[in-house]
Design a protein around this ligand. Structure first.
Ligand code: AR6
Length: 180
């Protein structure tokens, strides 16, 4: 599914964040120490190779809502943007912290003049954020930020499961309908 908000294409796809050819930067659902870990972070570090963890060392630790940008090494992208999402029910206010991840990631992409960014569903795995609530925050934040973007013209959400894709599609439809 695709949508267009203020000239920014929002794409929702099912897939693996480490296999996003043609996208300038992929976002990592990182841990505070920016170490490999499980889930998205494990997959990104495995695919990028050990130099990624090496570069990450100088930026760690980061706080919930923060983002840092590094090279992408063996990934098919130019950059990785590492975001620390909130742990649901622990890091508060979680909506604000999750929204900050998306805002800060887009800001870093803009600073580098990137055209395209792909996000996983930050915080919805090990960090326990319910997918529908997280989808609402993520999509709303990207839609609100879209009019300010000069370089980023394509934002892709890469959902791991068909169900997560369906939830995001429903939320995007609701948000675009209520905006018109
Ligand atoms: N591509 C796209 N999405 C994926 C992939 C993948 N390869 N693998 C998992 N997902 P998580 P978090 C989905 O746990 O909740 C790590 O251990 C997954 O189904 O990666 O922010 C870190 O080290 C879920 O929907 O991130 C941190 O400690 C979503 O991506 C902690 O987990 C996020 O799941 C971060 O937790």
């Amino acid at each position: 599914m695709k949508g267009n908000v203020s000239g920014v294409e929002i794409e929702l796809v099912q897939g693996d964040i480490t296999k996003q050819e043609g996208i300038d930067a992929v976002v990592n659902a990182a841990n505070a120490q920016l170490l490999p870990g499980g889930g998205v972070a494990g997959a990104i570090h495995r695919a990028a190779g050990p130099q990624l963890a090496q570069e990450c060392r100088k930026y760690a630790p980061i706080r919930p809502g923060e983002a840092v940008i590094t090279g992408a090494y063996n990934l098919p992208n130019r950059y990785v943007i590492h975001c620390l999402g909130p742990r649901y029910g622990i890091d508060r206010p979680e909506e604000e912290l999750l929204a900050n991840c998306y805002r800060n990631a887009l800001r870093l992409a803009e600073e580098k003049g990137l055209e395209s960014v792909a996000f996983p569903a930050i915080s919805t795995g090990a960090f326990g954020y319910p997918v529908e609530e997280a989808a609402r925050v993520a999509l709303r934040t990207v839609m609100e930020t879209a009019p300010t973007l000069k370089h980023v013209k394509r934002v892709r959400f890469v959902l791991y499961s068909p169900r997560d894709l369906e939830v995001h599609e429903r939320v995007l439809r609701e948000l675009t309908e209520s905006a018109t």
